[in-house]
Structure formats: C-alpha cells, structure tokens
Ligand binder design. Sequence first.
Ligand code: SF4
Ligand code: SF4
Length: 391
Amino acid sequence: MPDGLVDREAEQLGDLDSYEGTLGGLTRREFINYCAGVAAFLGLPSAMGVKIAEAASAAARRPSVIWLSGSACTGCTETLLRTNHPSLDTLILEQISLEYCETLSVGSGHQAENWKKKAMQENHGKYLMVLDGAVSTKDNGIYAKVAGQTVLEMVQEVAAGAAAVVSIGSCGSWGGWPSTGVNPTGCKGLPEVLKGKPVVTIPGCPPNPYNFLSTVLHFVTFGKLPELDDKGRPKFAYGRLIHENCERRPHFDAGRFAMEFGDYGHRQGYCLYKLGCKGPETYANCPSIGFNDVGQGTWPVGTGHPCFGCTEQGVGFSKPIHELASLKSVAPPNSYPDVRSEKGNGASPGAVAAVAGITGAAIGAGAVIASRLGKQDKADESPQSTGKTGA
Ligand code: SF4
Ligand code: SF4
C-alpha cells in the first residue's frame, strides 16, 4: 500500500498512540497496513481498513471466544500459532477474549472447566464458539470425552448460547480424515451435528489462519459474519477454484503437463493435472495468499505437489491422488486440450486458441494465454512435446 494512503487513513484514526501497547508491539503503520490488507482480502474498499482498525482496537467490543477441540491432530491450532505477519498469536490473543482453549489455556482440570461455564453464563448470546476437529457421534459420542462430557454434548451445549459458530479445519467442517474409510467412531463435521444452527466453515488441512482471522475481524467490525457459500465457507476465501488462480494454469491451457514426478515437465513447472491435482474441483484461495507468510508461490502446487482437495468434501481424503479431477466450469468441454491423452501433450494451436477465447475471458487471463499462444511454436519444439520428457 502506498505510504500516502496509509498516512491519510492514519490521520482519520485520530489518536493512533492508543494502538501502541494494545497490539503487542505492532507499530501504528504496521497495524493500519494490516487492517487495510484485511479489508482488501475481504473484498472491501481500502477505506474500510480504518473501520476494522477502530473496531479491532476497541477493547469493549472484544468478543469472547470459546474454542473447543474434537477428533483432530491439533494442526489447526498449530497453524494459527505459526504466523508472524503480524504475529497472529499476539493479535488474536489481544483482539479477542479467549476464554477457553484446551491447547492454549494455562489453567486445566476443574479450573478451566469452571471458567468455561462462567464465560458461557456471563456472555450468553454474545460469544463466538470455535471448533477444531470432528465430532464423534457413534454410540452417543462416547469415544471422545473431555472432563466427563462427550464432545457431542459439549458442542451442542456451547453452541446453544453462542452468537456465532465457526468450525475451523476440514475435520470440523465436514469430518476430514477422522471420518474417512470405516470411520469407527462415527466422526462428522459440525454442520451435520448442529442441525438448524448456521455454522461458518473454514476448511483446510491445515486451514489458512488468515481466512479465520479475517472472518473474526469481519464479525468484530460489522457485528455479523461474511457472506457464505452453500457449504458455510466465507466467499471471500472460497469463492474461486484453485485452478482459476494457479500459476501453472497457462501450462494447463497450452496442454503442457508433468507426467511423472521429476520428469522434464515437472522440473519446468508444468501443470500437475495428470499427477492427480484436484485444483480444478477445489474451492480455496491457497494460490492467492500462500502459506507460512512467505508469499505467493509458497503453497503445495507452487512447490511441485498436486493439490489433494483438502477444502472440498468428497475430494480431500476421499479421492485417490492418482484419480483425475473433475473439470468444473469448463465450457464447452470439447474446446479443452485432450488432457486424457497419454501421447502428444501439446494441444493443437486451434484447440488452444478456442480455450484462450473462452476460458481466458472467464478467468481474466486472456493476455497471459495470448502470450502463450505467441510462444506456441517454440513450445512445440520443447523436449517434452517432441517426446524427450526426461522421465
Ligand atoms: Fe494448477 Fe492443478 Fe489446475 Fe494444473 S490442474 S493449473 S496444477 S490447479
Ligand atoms: Fe488443501 Fe489443495 Fe490448498 Fe493444499 S493446495 S491446502 S490440498 S486446498
């Protein structure tokens, strides 16, 4: 963001010194920059960054959060704690009032359980409930208990008094890996268990922590949750297919595919569709925001591994990696390169031109594809397209 814009927004905030000390060492500029980034992330005008900063710094509006855990690997909580842009643990611990969290609470046993009950009574109808992990439901949920209470009973009790319910991670969202295969403990996602109560889902294995934080900041700022899709996922984060924003997409459109790990196409960064990438049927913003605060390119496909569709029920943990993804939003289908052919990875210029005209307009990448077309002759002479794949 240009400094001028930051300064103008900073002026609107008045006494910015009040942010010092409330944000665990973040400078005013860093904080406003961060909030402007969150506004952009949510698809809001940059000026809304000021409103988010105001709301997030108003201690009186800090929402109480009761964070429960079901059947999971604790990766969701771990990913939340390993961000530093800014330090998410600092921000989240200071922007919300975290009343109960089995992984992070200092207290334990009766002390922690009594505090949870007190927080539920004092903040009835106002607190945010968060769940990571699936809910074990078989035999009335006896296979997962905390403090003598099944997780099944616990989520129903806590959700009853919550202003909003968020399930973070694929396990909490739709069952995730605990629910795959024979599923001996009858694990389910929270939306299946809390019938009739809206549940915001932030799927991912692990989920991107900024999708969670932005959802919470939206709630803090506007007193309501962001727009959701039919699976309860915030549209700002799960509104587009991975395939639409993938940096390897021009290779897909031009018919250039890695055929084996380590072959010429894989080393050249070609599309991973034929290695089982589920990006064409998976909704998430992984290519846009990346992981580990390193920036774009730092995500599974960026580092050479096919997306396995962890945010998508029925794809992640369900569809084998060797099974090809279903192609969504492709029209007309016969205009695509022949991705099922084992021979001749290069598409004909005519087929690529049709794809450029149709899908290029749809994804706003016509210029990229057009430049690819200009290089088609050279691409046709590459080792892969001449059969010298190095595999
Ligand atoms: Fe990217 Fe996968 Fe789509 Fe290829 S199939 S463009 S690697 S998301
Ligand atoms: Fe999940 Fe695919 Fe994103 Fe990896 S790239 S985190 S498998 S949605």
